[in-house]
Design a protein around this ligand. Structure first.
Ligand SMILES: [Fe+2]
Ligand SMILES: [Fe+2]
Length: 166
């Protein structure tokens, strides 16, 4: 199995996009279904964001200083998504703001994923090459085993608090 970091991250993106589509296709009254889909979205995003924050972004920052601005913008976009994820995790699916909040999460994450895939992943692939990307990917495969899976777990929450008070 390839451990190419970009291949792995794109596979995560594809799973998230599929869940987004399922949420949007669920009917207005399908509260239970939508609640279950959002649970899965939160889990996927928590793991994915963690792997990017802990491995992919720091490596890119270190190896490709020219991409510093892209990376910093991406951290901020993750932070916005994290906040929405924390709030959704504490909400019931029949809350009147549940669908609206999920829709804003979907829109902002889609924008973020598009930017990663269309803009900075190609630059990273060109600059780092296959071998380095496979090493970074192998690190992510390893870290995935112990990655937090729920937005409320302290390691993730702490990051958000640090980002706010820093
Ligand atoms: Fe990201
Ligand atoms: Fe991503």
């Amino acid at each position: 199995m390839s451990t190419d970091a970009i291949v792995l991250l794109k596979a995560d993106h594809a799973r998230v996009r599929k869940l987004f589509a399922q949420f949007q296709e669920a009917g207005k009254a399908a509260t239970k279904t939508k609640g279950a889909i959002v649970d899965k979205i939160l889990e996927e995003l928590t793991v994915h964001t963690y792997l990017e924050n802990e491995v992919m972004y720091p490596r890119v920052q270190q190896l490709l200083p020219a991409l510093e601005e892209d990376v910093l913008e991406s951290y901020e976009e993750h932070h916005v998504a994290d906040v929405l994820c924390f709030e959704l995790a504490a909400m019931y699916a029949d809350d009147e703001r549940f669908d609206a909040k999920t829709t804003v999460l979907i829109e902002s994450v889609r924008h973020h994923i598009d930017e990663e895939e269309n803009d900075w992943f190609p630059k990273v692939r060109e600059a780092l090459g296959r071998k380095t990307l496979q090493e970074i990917g192998a690190e992510m495969v390893e870290l995935r085993k112990t990655a937090p899976r729920k937005p409320r777990q302290p390691s993730v929450l702490k990051k958000a608090i640090d980002a706010v008070i820093r």
